[in-house]
Design a protein around this ligand. Structure first.
Ligand code: ATP
Length: 259
């Protein structure tokens, strides 16, 4: 089982006929096993669309997405199971939880479907409760959080739960889409540190989408720069930050004087 995710000649369009719009055009990008790859670029450049395509929320019009040797674009059957090894965490954690289910129930659902995917029977309720408590501890939340409703948590706590739920699926890849931008600055750092620690410990690969170049510099091994649906530059984070090759990357970096 591979943690390598590659987008091959990927194009994605929205709409039809006269309103056809190409959001992603002929993108070749590989997230190597175990690396954190930043994806940056102006608003509307197609970053989220690429990530959404990897989890089946956007349909490629051309090209394909591979997890290791398995194609996960247009996934069916076994491929669909494989695609669930790619987990996405969104900007707004509120919208990803059923408001009428406790945090424990939400994580439990993810655990059960992970077992279904692996073809193993889920452990008994009691063992799953222990696993939920361990997952909550892993994201530095008290196990009692399981009894609470999503609305009773702060944004930072909800985002930690979203991380716990994502790792409960034993992911090969995590797609993190602006996961700290809705959070108060004071808690952004702790959520990022947590994710980075878990990434080192569990070895998943991560696509880290962000507008914040300072954060990208701290978190990412490599960075890819998008503009108007196309990839303009990919390289080691420090190389791209210190010696950007493309004019557009130079402009992006110049706009953040602290870099
Ligand atoms: N469901 C949709 N239907 C039509 N157009 C869409 C849809 N989703 C996104 N788009 C358009 O596709 C383009 C790329 O959007 P996308 O969300 O991928 O950009 P982004 O780089 O992630 O932007 P941001 O940084 O603002 O999140 C935008 O022009 C957007 O308006």
């Amino acid at each position: 089982m591979s943690n390598r995710l590659s987008f091959e000649s990927l194009s994605i369009t929205y709409g039809h006929g006269a309103s056809l719009f190409t959001a992603v055009e002929n993108v070749d990008l590989t997230l190597e096993a175990g690396e954190v790859l930043g994806l940056v670029g102006e608003s509307g450049s197609g970053k989220s669309t690429i990530a959404r395509a990897a989890v089946g929320l956007a349909e490629p019009s051309a090209g394909r997405i591979m997890l290791g040797e398995t194609e996960i674009s247009h996934a069916r059957g076994d491929q669909l199971r494989e695609r669930r090894r790619v987990q996405m965490i969104f900007q707004d954690p509120q919208s990803c939880f059923n408001p009428r289910r406790t945090i424990g129930q939400s994580i439990d659902e993810a655990l059960i479907s992970a077992h279904r995917r692996e073809g193993t029977s889920a452990p008994q309720a009691r063992a799953r409760r222990d696993e939920i408590a361990n997952l909550l501890r892993a994201v530095a939340l008290p196990p009692e959080t399981a009894q609470r409703m999503p609305a009773q948590l702060s944004g930072g706590q909800r985002q930690r739960v979203a991380v716990a739920r994502a790792i409960s699926a034993k992911p090969a890849v995590i797609l993190a889409d602006e996961i700290t931008s809705a959070l108060d600055v004071s808690v952004q750092g702790s959520v990022l540190n947590l994710l980075k620690e878990l990434q080192r410990e569990l070895g998943f690969s991560m696509l880290f989408i962000s507008h914040n170049l300072a954060v990208v510099r701290l978190v990412c091994d490599r960075v890819a720069v998008m503009r108007s649906g196309s990839l303009v530059e990919v390289g080691d984070t420090l190389d791209v930050m210190h010696q950007p090759q493309h004019e557009y990357t130079k402009e992006l970096i110049a706009a953040v004087p602290s870099l």
